[in-house]
Design a binder for this molecule. Structure first.
Ligand SMILES: Cc1cc2nc3c(=O)[nH]c(=O)nc-3n(C[C@H](O)[C@H](O)[C@H](O)COP(=O)(O)OP(=O)(O)OC[C@H]3O[C@@H](n4cnc5c(N)ncnc54)[C@H](O)[C@@H]3O)c2cc1C
Length: 369
């Protein structure tokens, strides 16, 4: 299969786009998937870094894990588990209170199952994007969709309006696809002109988001004073979460790697000072230092790291669910589906449900594809 023969274009290789693309392919629809980043995963990506000594460090710097409550999602996750793409992350989890500098609410082991991709959070999307029937193109940012009324088809274009193919249907999985936020950040118009899908327009116009900074740390020695593999942080203005990334199944344990997440308020405050554009190295260094200092001030006996770097997630979490019942938006007349966590709930499970729902809309019209 090549892209010229594909019938449906899926934009985005995060978990919602990847699930949608692979499900469509199982229905027998040939799919072209376009992703602007160099690799798959979106907010389930894995970051590759190096220490000054040249040691390779891999970090799950987006979603650290996910949980599942819905049956239809669980059966898919169990299939991934049987293929070795997913495993349970076992160990102690809890909460740390910054006021008392003590762990509170240590969770009973095994109470709720935390799933992680193996060997990285991106493994699931990576596998789904290369399934039979899915042709994936990375480093391919979609800049514009054009509706061809006479042909009853979509043309999908790159950032310089280069033609990337004609498709019977499109699925987009990013909340900014029609958002004025894109113009604020890049100076370009959003790819999807809402006049083409007037019925979806009101819901899609401007979805609120909450940002987060992640700081990746590596230590020469294990942080043996910390009794938990991952913990939420209460009563800190700066930190909301910390986890030991190298404690997950299938990871290298050459060095001990931790990831810290900022509070949304801290990230919003930094963005208010620096703007929405890509943060400078100076800003990222300041954030890495501030989050690490807060971690050290926990009294948990944290040594100096051998590696420290911050990443900004400008739209880490949608702050609204725009299609909690339908789980995706759908325009049947032009065969456009919009999916993603922002349709259902701000987590991996919500994104999976939404990707499945978007694929099922096309199932109903397979004969016209
Ligand atoms: C720091 C952090 C912590 C989190 N913690 C958790 C957690 O503990 N548990 C949990 O369940 N969830 C967590 N989440 C949320 C979870 O990661 C998301 O809900 C989920 O990954 C969203 O998947 P998605 O497919 O909807 O979107 P995304 O993963 O954002 O995928 C959208 C994709 O579209 C691509 N794209 C966008 N525009 C274009 C374009 N024009 N052309 C081509 N490609 C484009 C993007 O590059 C991206 O890859 C966390 C997220 C973050 C950032």
């Amino acid at each position: 299969m090549n892209i010229a023969a594909a019938r449906v274009a899926v934009i985005g290789s995060g978990i919602s786009g990847a699930v949608c693309a692979s499900t469509l392919a199982r229905y027998g629809v040939s799919v072209a998937l376009f992703e602007s980043a160099r690799g798959p995963g979106g907010r389930m990506s894995q970051r590759r870094e190096r220490t000054e000594d040249g040691e390779e460090l891999l970090f799950d710097h987006g979603a650290p894990f996910f949980t599942v409550t819905k049956t239809e999602v669980l059966s898919l996750v169990q299939e991934w588990e049987s293929r070795g793409l997913v495993a349970e992350w076992k160990g102690q989890f809890g909460s740390f209170d910054f006021h008392s500098k003590k762990f509170i609410d240590m969770e009973q082991e095994g109470l709720s199952k935390r799933f992680v991709g193996v060997p990285g959070m991106n493994s699931i999307c990576k596998a789904l994007c290369s399934e039979n029937g899915v042709e994936s193109k990375f480093g391919a940012s979609i800049g514009k969709f054009e509706w061809l009324d006479d042909d009853n088809l979509w043309t999908v274009m790159g950032l310089d309006e280069q033609n990337l193919g004609r498709f019977k249907g499109i699925v987009t999985s990013d909340k900014n696809i029609a958002s004025p936020r894109i113009t604020e950040v890049t100076g370009r118009l959003p790819p999807l002109d809402l006049n083409l899908v007037p019925e979806l327009s009101a819901k899609l116009h401007n979805i609120p988001v909450r940002p987060c900074f992640a700081v990746m740390l590596a230590f020469a020695e294990p942080l043996s004073s910390i009794p938990a593999k991952g913990f939420s942080i209460k009563n800190s203005q700066v930190l909301s979460w910390a986890h030991c990334d190298s404690s997950k199944p299938g990871r290298s344990t050459m060095s001990e790697r931790w990831v810290l997440h900022s509070t949304a308020e801290y990230a919003e405050n930094i963005i208010a000072q620096t703007g929405l554009k890509k943060p400078s190295d100076t800003t990222l260094k300041k954030v890495a230092d501030e989050l690490f200092q807060e971690f050290q001030s926990s009294g948990l006996n944290i040594p100096q790291p051998i590696f420290k770097k911050a990443h900004r997630w400008g739209s880490a979490f949608p702050a609204a669910s725009i299609a909690p019942e339908e789980k995706c938006l759908w325009d049947g007349s032009k065969r456009v589906a919009i999916c993603g966590d922002f349709c259902v709930s701000p987590n991996v499970e919500g994104a999976i449900s939404s990707g499945l729902a978007a694929a099922s809309k096309f199932k109903d019209i397979l004969c016209s594809l």
